[in-house]
Design a protein around this ligand. Sequence first.
Ligand SMILES: Nc1nc2c(c(=O)[nH]1)N[C@H]1C(S)=C(S)[C@@H](COP(=O)(O)OP(=O)(O)OC[C@H]3O[C@@H](n4cnc5c(=O)[nH]c(N)nc54)[C@H](O)[C@@H]3O)O[C@H]1N2
Ligand SMILES: Nc1nc2c(c(=O)[nH]1)N[C@H]1C(S)=C(S)[C@@H](COP(=O)(O)OP(=O)(O)OC[C@H]3O[C@@H](n4cnc5c(=O)[nH]c(N)nc54)[C@H](O)[C@@H]3O)O[C@H]1N2
Ligand code: SF4
Ligand SMILES: [Mo]
Length: 731
Amino acid sequence: MSNLFWNSLSRRRFLGVTSLAIGAAALGTKAKVMEALASSVADGTAVQSIRNVFTSCGMCVNKCGVIARVRNGVIEKLDPNPHFIKSRGMLCARGNAGLDMVYSPDRLKYPLIRTGERGSGQFRRASWDEALDLVAKNLNELAEKYTRAGTMFVSTEGFQEHFFTTFAECYGSPNTLRHPTLCLSSNIQGFSATFGTNPTPDVLNADYILMSGANRSEALLTPDSIDMITGEGGKRKIVYLDPRFTKTAAKADEWYPIKPGTDMAFILGMIHVIVTESLYDKTWVETNTVGMEQLIPHIQPYTPEWAEAECEVPATDIRRIAREFAAAAPKAVYYQGRRSSFFDNDTQMRRAMAILNVLAANWDRPGGMVPNSKVKLEGHDYLAPWYEDVPERLEKGDVAYLSNKDGSWKYFRDRVLEGTPYPVKGMMIYKQNPLVSVPNRAKTLAMMEQMEFICTIDITMNDTAWYSDVVLPESTYLERDDPIESLGGILPVVTTRNAVIPAMYESKSNLWIMQQLAKRLSGEIFESFNFTMEEYRHHQLKGKPQIAEALELKGVYYPKTTPTYGKFDGKRLKTRSGKIEIYSAKYAKKGLDPLPVYTAPEEVPQGKFRLILGRNAYFTHGTTAHNALLDDIVAENTLWLNTREAKRMGLKHGQMVRVKSPLAEEQLRLQVTQKIRPDCVYLSHGYGVLNKKQQLLQGKGGSDAALVEDKVEPISGNVAMHQTFVEISAA
Ligand SMILES: Nc1nc2c(c(=O)[nH]1)N[C@H]1C(S)=C(S)[C@@H](COP(=O)(O)OP(=O)(O)OC[C@H]3O[C@@H](n4cnc5c(=O)[nH]c(N)nc54)[C@H](O)[C@@H]3O)O[C@H]1N2
Ligand SMILES: Nc1nc2c(c(=O)[nH]1)N[C@H]1C(S)=C(S)[C@@H](COP(=O)(O)OP(=O)(O)OC[C@H]3O[C@@H](n4cnc5c(=O)[nH]c(N)nc54)[C@H](O)[C@@H]3O)O[C@H]1N2
Ligand code: SF4
Ligand SMILES: [Mo]
């Protein structure tokens, strides 16, 4: 789109128009509108108003820059903002389908209070005052009965999440529970233990990329998904390991259907080759790292032949790939992916990946592992009151490295169910759908069942809202002004979200909701939320007029458009030794393996299959399957089963099958395909819902959250989602 759009404008006119807008509304709460860009045109009968608004996509974690076109008050089209170079001019299918978030019949329109049994779906419409009074009353009563730690605050990343977690802190609960232990905690842990931070692979400039189940052609991350294909310099080689032939496999130079849970064997085999054949830069490693002398003896038993027996990638290939990788160094990366909730050895597997990167000497170099940069904005000044009687986080001590802000979902839920060391009886939920995104749905339901009060703030009647006592409608990302957001990366960027249209129905922004609750709790707490979004954004950009101006003119701000490498040259890293830690003394002290020791996954039992999970390019988690525009592309989730196995079992493509795990049984349509290993089955995420409201989901597909057991990786507290075995039979 964008070329057409921009070509139709003269630059001079564009600047002229927008600088006027700056004068009128610099960082105001009203949409930053390129009014008259397309101008008001007369169609002969009625004057049509057309506006284009800079904003950012809210359909997934990437936050791509958007230009929204509004005709006569209705959002007509979403297009990529060409100035947002992180997405390389792309807006994916989900980004385009954002319109349905606003205009979906499934939307929450006004506050709801439950009238029937939990899960019956019986609610009545309430005024905001009544609903907020009820939430505040419950928060006060819960604090009296169980201390302020007796209410948990559950949320997932988003531009307004900060107000929710800050509210939790001001209310006085230590029990915030965020999404990372369902997602990438083990990744962060493994890489941070090695580098002191979780760096970003410089996909654009890498000549050799190894990927373990990071399905970038479908699990979209910008700019990696685009750069992975295009690269720069034309020398690019991608070696991809995945039990499924995904769209990334189709784009890769080599694909190996690795045995699930054995990537660490493959990596250790490669390290063995690189170390024993001295294929690494000894001077660089000596200067920048600690622990090579421990790694050399440690790696001896992990020969490629040993690795082949574990991971089923031929030893000759492991040897060749190791040599090719070393030859391409430092422009060679082992791409760590994002979701690392695979197996219970995941942190150590990521440690092995990190160490292989160290041997490529690619730290902070073009085509290597680059530490993130971020533009610093002014923070939110708030004062959280101190409450004497509040205990520590509920699951403190259960995990080797627990993040105090994120918590660990698996351990936390177990603690709530046990009621130890103290009861948690209140649940506040913002922008997370635990009944769909946390493994072992029955346990989540049981946890919710024992709650005395549950409040969900969402935009749609998802399963979690369906089981709540009060449901509050937030306005969608296209109807809100959000805080300025600084996104870290190789090229840091500052972006924001401007309301494209006014909030529909009675929906309100999360900031407004938190303010109203704070007001009802105490004047002291309200003080920390006593500002408008306009004032907040002004404060964030204090002393940075260049960012304000760029946001007005371009919708985004880039401090620079080419990467800086070598930022850490000669500097201490945030590790104990100040250097890259191949050997982790910190782990040793905690009784953890200081170097990655291989542990084999449990074998698939006779007559069963390993259930594996992963993304689909057209959905975001369990959130978008009910989106009418995306439903046209993918209408339900299916169970992938290998052709040979289907034949052996007499099962036919398209028939309904029962999928039975130790926890639940779900029914799905069978997809017979050669694109998966015979010992695995796969289904995508977001179907088999419990609610009766999301129209397009009724009676469709099966729930992975119901089937998947809640195994866990104990160093980071991340769930391990690929350790469930299922039986398949005709339905
Ligand atoms: N079985 C299985 N489980 C998984 C995964 C998997 O692949 N399979 N993936 C895991 C991963 S990596 C992650 S990150 C998590 C993510 O899981 P969640 O954190 O639960 O994320 P989503 O499903 O994206 O969104 C949750 C809710 O946010 C709501 N929402 C969207 N926009 C807004 C808004 O502007 N305001 C408000 N208030 N609500 C909004 C949506 O309607 C949805 O109900 O799931 C994890 N769980
Ligand atoms: N379209 C779309 N894009 C997204 C998201 C989305 O919901 N939709 N979510 C975003 C988020 S929050 C995240 S965390 C990322 C996740 O992105 P990724 O990190 O790429 O994670 P998944 O897509 O869950 O991919 C898991 C892949 O690993 C394979 N796999 C399973 N077991 C193994 C194994 O043992 N070894 C190997 N080598 N492979 C295995 C699976 O078959 C699957 O293809 O995607 C982001 N991008
Ligand atoms: S990748 Fe797609 S869904 Fe995610 S922010 Fe970008 S356009 Fe939106
Ligand atoms: Mo994630």
